[in-house]
Design a protein around this ligand. Structure first.
Ligand SMILES: Nc1ncnc2c1ncn2[C@@H]1O[C@H](COP(=O)(O)OP(=O)(O)OP(=O)(O)O)[C@@H](O)[C@H]1O
Length: 279
């Protein structure tokens, strides 16, 4: 079931949010990495059939979203976690997910109940499902939001910055959930956290100013910075970027000076080198 974008572009007035995006996603996790305003949300909204592209072709789960019949079929197999979920604070986790299930026309009370319980269990909230949303932590609420996106066992799961605002333990819990899901789902998640990409993604797509600047594996992304990261006792202002590390040395990204002590690159270095920002 192919999910592929070909030469997709989108403008908002004078702003070009996406230009000539061509990419394919498959089972596993694809990470969309990019700075604020790079176009990640716009891309996910197009894939979620919320927005139409101005130009280009889209195949979602082997279907054409421009066709009304196909679009309905796509939406039935699609899970979407937007950047901001409109929660109803007075609802419990169960009530909220159940409400979304009703909106999705999951018919039959017994079937709906078991589906709501299934998705809450998938995100590890079985014990918390009768707590009110207003009393939950950011991470728990994010898992409730993820749970609603899993209703109906979607084959394509789109997650917009799902780990923003989570503390380290919540992020690890969230990663566990997503990596388990990716065994059977195609997951596309946007983030500006290179740690999430390193931990989760089979494929990485880097967006910069609405264009794809890199597609490959995490290892490929790391390799882009090989030979361009070095450590020194003093900062080198000619580097594209540098910062002082915890051990008092200065880590640099860019063209190394002669005789520099090269360091093995990380995903973050790869991303920084690629974007030419260094810091
Ligand atoms: N509805 C809209 N109307 C006008 N401009 C928009 C709209 N949506 C997005 N844009 C613009 O398109 C560009 C891409 O925005 P988008 O939200 O897709 O980026 P992003 O990578 O998701 O950013 P962030 O990480 O901050 O969420 C930005 O310049 C943004 O201001």
């Amino acid at each position: 079931m192919t999910t592929r974008l070909t030469a997709v572009s989108k403008r908002f007035g004078r702003t070009t949010a996406l230009r000539g995006i061509t990419m394919e996603v498959d089972r596993g996790v694809t990470g969309l990495l990019g700075a604020n305003g790079a176009g990640k949300t716009t891309l996910l909204r197009i894939m979620a059939t919320v927005l139409s592209p101005d130009e280009g072709e889209l195949r979602l789960l082997g279907r054409n979203p421009r066709d009304a019949g196909d679009r309905l079929q796509i939406r039935r197999q699609l899970g979407y976690l937007p950047q901001q979920t409109g929660f109803y604070e007075g609802f419990t986790a169960y009530e909220f997910v159940d409400y979304v299930a009703i909106l999705q026309e999951i018919t039959g009370t017994r079937q709906r109940r078991s589906e709501v319980r299934r998705v809450l269990e998938a995100v590890g909230l079985t014990d918390q499902m009768h707590r009110h949303l207003r009393s939950m932590s950011g991470g728990q609420r994010q898992r409730v939001a993820l749970a609603q996106s899993l209703l109906g066992r979607p084959r394509l799961l789109l997650l917009d910055e799902p780990t923003v605002g989570l503390d380290p333990l919540e992020r690890i819990r969230f990663r566990q959930v997503v990596s388990e899901l990716a065994r059977e789902h195609t997951v596309v998640l946007s983030t500006h956290l290179t740690d999430d990409v390193a931990a989760l993604c089979d494929q990485v797509v880097v967006l910069g100013h609405g264009e794809i600047t890199f597609t490959g594996t995490v290892a490929d992304l790391v390799t882009t910075a090989a030979g361009h990261v070095w450590l020194a006792d003093m900062p080198d202002v000619a580097a594209a970027g540098w910062w002082r590390t915890g051990d008092g040395r200065y880590r640099h990204i860019g063209e190394p000076p002669r005789g520099a002590r090269l360091a093995p690159p990380t995903v973050e270095d790869g991303y920084m080198y690629l974007t030419g920002r260094g810091t």
